[in-house]
Design a protein around this ligand. Structure first.
Ligand SMILES: [Mn+2]
Length: 322
């Protein structure tokens, strides 16, 4: 029988999870498997699960993505707080006796969770995968040693992360998954096709750093920037801390075709520690997030309202002194 692996798409941890699960499955569970198929999974509006992605002919395994209470799903690994779409799904998981479904919200990456379970419960050890597991931990846990590490993108793993996040062709990602089974990350990144995709991504990224540098205003522990007129829709969220290591917070506003967005974050390396719960502030404006990072989305045309909210949020976050 075949196995189909449904992994979190456009995500380094999702790809790394697919690699580790494949090696584990083919080594320990089913060496004579007829083949492995891959499907990237993305979050959809209203959080609906895409049942079309499940195979009727293969066993299905979900990694680094939400639970699906469908009997065709034989394996599941996740580490997200929001792993269940409903209480019924949670109950379904709790009743499961297959010993093949695992959730650990303490785990920084799903990749390391799979490696740990494979080792502890199935005796599977593959030292070759350690490099991948290490980087999934750093990237998914946002455990960078500095803002510079994440902004300068010197390490091959961080370059690969960029390609994975931007690539829209699942077949190309599948090639990366295959390569990661038996090649070092550095070797995978050196591949001509990967380099071809990496170049424009990096040049956009370094342009965005310059843009933010020109637009950013720093005052009393908050760096802020307005990218609405620049047409920049996404940016590396560590850039503000790279440019302003003294800042505690950053607040940015962007606009895309579908929304105006205010992004709020806190600097993990700030000399003055965070004193606000950012999720709570964003919730007051109809947004949300975590204590350390959050966002507010408005209709695309509400730029002026967004700018007003942005100024209010900046005032609330600012310290009394510089
Ligand atoms: Mn993950």
């Amino acid at each position: 029988m075949k196995i189909r692996i449904l992994y979190h798409g456009n995500c380094f941890d999702g790809v790394a999870s697919a690699v580790v699960f494949t090696k584990f499955y083919k080594t320990v569970i089913n060496p004579s498997s007829d083949g492995v198929e891959y499907r990237p999974m993305v979050h959809r509006p209203n959080n609906a699960f895409d049942y079309e992605a499940l195979s009727d002919e293969a066993e299905n395994a979900i990694v680094d993505f939400k639970y699906c209470a469908d009997e065709r799903v034989k394996w599941w690994f996740d580490h997200h707080e929001s792993a269940f779409l409903s209480n019924a799904d949670r109950e379904h998981f709790l009743r499961d006796t297959s010993g093949q479904k695992f959730l650990d919200t303490e785990s920084k990456s799903c990749c390391e969770l799979i490696a740990r379970i494979a080792r502890e419960k199935f005796g599977f050890v593959d030292e070759f995968l350690e490099e991948l597991v290490k980087w999934a931990h750093i990237i998914d846990g946002a455990l960078y040693e500095s803002a510079a590490q994440c902004v300068e993108l010197k390490e091959p793993a961080l370059k690969l992360m960029q390609v994975i996040e931007f690539e829209r062709d699942p077949d190309f990602i599948e090639k990366i998954i295959q390569n990661l089974m038996n090649k070092r990350i550095e070797e995978v990144v050196a591949d001509e096709e990967v380099q071809k995709r990496l170049k424009p991504i990096l040049s956009e990224h370094f342009k965005t750093i310059e843009l933010i540098k020109n637009k950013a205003i720093y005052s009393r522990g908050v760096v802020s920037f307005d990218l609405v007129d620049e047409g920049v829709e996404v940016y590396n969220k560590f850039i503000p801390y790279y440019l302003y290591p003294q800042t505690t917070y950053n607040v940015g506003i962007t606009r895309s075709a579908s929304r105006t967005k205010i992004s709020v974050g806190s600097n993990p390396w700030a000399p003055r520690p965070r004193r606000h719960n950012i999720a709570q502030i964003c919730e007051r404006y109809g947004g949300g997030g975590h204590a350390v990072v959050g966002a507010v989305s408005l209709p695309a045309e509400d730029v002026e309202l967004g700018r007003k909210y942005m100024q209010e949020i900046i005032k609330e976050l600012q310290f009394d002194t510089d």
